[in-house]
Design a protein around this ligand. Sequence first.
Ligand code: PMP
Length: 432
Amino acid sequence: MDIFEKCRDFASTGFYESYGHRVYLRPLRPSAHPGEVLINGRSVVMAGSNDYLGLARDPRLAEAAVRATRLDGTGCSGSRTLCGTRDIHEQLEDACAAFLGREAAVLAPSGFQTNLLLAGLLGKDDVVLGDRHNHASLVDAVRLAGARYHRYRRDGVARAERLLSEAPPGAGRVIVTDGLFSMEGDLCDLPAITALADRCRARVVVDSAHDLGLLGATGRGVPEHFGLEDRVDLVTATFSKSLGSAGGVLAGPAEVINFVRCRARATVFTAGMAPSVAAAALAALDIVRTEPERRTRALEVAERMHNGLRALGYDTGNSVSAIIPIPIGDKVRCLELWQRLLDAGVYVNPVIAPGRPEGQEMLRISFTPVHSDAQLERALEAFAAAGRATGVIPRTPPGSFTPVRIARPPALAQETARPRSAAVPVSTATVR
Ligand code: PMP
């Protein structure tokens, strides 16, 4: 059988197109308006990115990238192990370790490769427990290592105990989880995970790809949010989301990081991060440290949009974050709503197969602190019209809705929280 055969079959599956819509690999161009992108020459509100703090187009990051390029060139020409490491790599590693409160940190050229570093630590006899919705890169790291992988459901951490306790003597035990889940926007149950790890003498690894910079009192992510940083052994994160750059970092005890740096194939056999990319991430980390108001605004915007959408009659699932899921459960309707939103000037992400099983299609939305109040209102108006036209929401808004309580740091949460169960009357300010 020719290995190219499947490619010919694939060409007819219409991966890019679905029901006449160009869904994937949509060409986007920069817009003159912050918070917007050009699609087919028209400026639309960008509500479908992971740029949670709105830093990807911050001039300070661009400036840092340009300076680093002038100083150090456009590429590293090879592996840091063999071809040499640059000051900017070490500065970024030190800054990440200090920011995350860990002894040491090692970089990788993408968030995906950062998680593959874990393969350098795992062996085939080790037993790894992972949430069933963990990111593909965490699953691939375990596969690469040939370790045994057991998946648990988000609400079933305690029930997974048997799987760990049955690990053969001598086997390493690890629990690995996304901190904040990328589609549903909900948090891992870190208190249950760390309690289980304590009982089973397992190591805990948290992937803070979606929560770094956004959650926790100082932006250190989900472990800080739960006050459980000292119970998490390793943190992985990417710079491609809140930090507006690319690449990632694994942080933890110095001896572990040193071992990974020298042994993990995903760093030893790959070129170092481009200096510009590392410099942009370093500049972004500095902004995260010194401008907590961005995080505050990001969470305010998220809460306002969750509740604005709920007031219209949308379901935003169990998310407590800037990721706003809208379950639709039907591919045609999902794409129709998506297209109507785009026609009305709002770009969101349609999540359909292969990203989502049939019957669980959804829209994934996120706004940033860069969006103006006027853009947010425009987006809600588009959601009202498109939702009604497609029958996803009722023609008349519900009389009340259950507000979302965003995962804020405890001090901020006390000022703003309402009990999750208490319905609030619909405010005319957000509903037309
Ligand atoms: N971990 C998680 C949880 C992710 O969602 C992603 C990207 N979607 C990654 C890792 C990989 O990060 P990157 O895109 O920067 O390679």
